[in-house]
Ligand binder design. Sequence first.
Ligand code: AMP
Length: 257
Amino acid sequence: MILHSHLDSWLETRRRLTGQSIGFVPTMGALHAGHVSLIERARRENEIVVLSIFVNPTQFDDPGDLAQYPKTLESDLEMARKSGCDHVIFPNERQMYPDGYRYRVSENELSKILCGAHRLGHFDGVLTVVLKLLHIAQPTRAYFGEKDFQQLELVRGMVKSFFLPVEIVSCAIVREGDGLAMSSRNTRLSHVDRKHAPHFHQILTQAANADEARRALTEDGFDVDYVEDIAFGPSTRRFGAVRMGPVRLIDNCEVQR
Ligand code: AMP
C-alpha cells in the first residue's frame, strides 16, 4: 500500500495508471466497518483501490464539532492495508484549498432540506470537496454509503450535471449488532448514550409516519433535529437526525408509502 501525504506524489502515480479500473473511496478517516464495506466492494470491482482521508473543514458548520472529530490515522492505515487498499491519499487543508474556498459548488434544492436546513453550507462544502477529490483521483467508480443518503443523491446529481466521467456506486448501511448505524461519531457517545442510541433506529423504522417517529423520539429523550419522509423515485425514505449531548446522529430507512 502506497501512502501519499502530498497530492503531487499521487498525481504523478495517477499519470502512470492508464488502462486500469480505479475504485475510489473518499472518507474523513476514523475508519470503521462501514468504511471497510466500501473498500471491500471497491476491491472486488476494480483493479486498483484508492482511499482518501481528509477531514474537510468546509462542511462543518460548528467549529467545536470539527475540533472534536476523531483522528486515528495510524489505525486507519492499518485497516486500509488489511482491507486491500493500494493507495491512500491524505492531503492537508492547504493542499486541498489553495484558493481558500473562494471557488465552490452549490446546489439549490435537495441541499437545502434535511441536514442542509440544519447545517448551513454543509453540502456546499461536501460537494466542493467531492468534486476536487474526483478530479484528483480520476476514478472509474466512486463508492458512497447510503448512511449519508442525502449526500449520495447530491453527489449523483453533481456527477450528472457536470458530466463527470465516473460511476457512483451506493453501498448499504452497515450497523452495529444492536441496529445503530456505524459512524465515526459513535465513539464520542457517553456510555449511557451509547446504550440508548439504538432506540433511534428502532423508532425511526417502526413508527407509522414521520410525525409519530418525531414524537416518540422526543418522548424517549432524544433532541430531534428532524424526521421527514421523502419520496425518491418509486420508494419513500424516512430521514432522521437527533442529538445526544454534543453528538449528532443521522439515519435513514426505506418506508412503505
Ligand atoms: P465519512 O468518513 O463519515 O465521511 O464517510 C465516508 C463514506 O463512508 C461515506 O460515503 C459514508 O456514507 C460511508 N459510510 C459511513 N458510515 C457508513 C455506514 N455505517 N455504512 C455504510 N457506509 C458508511
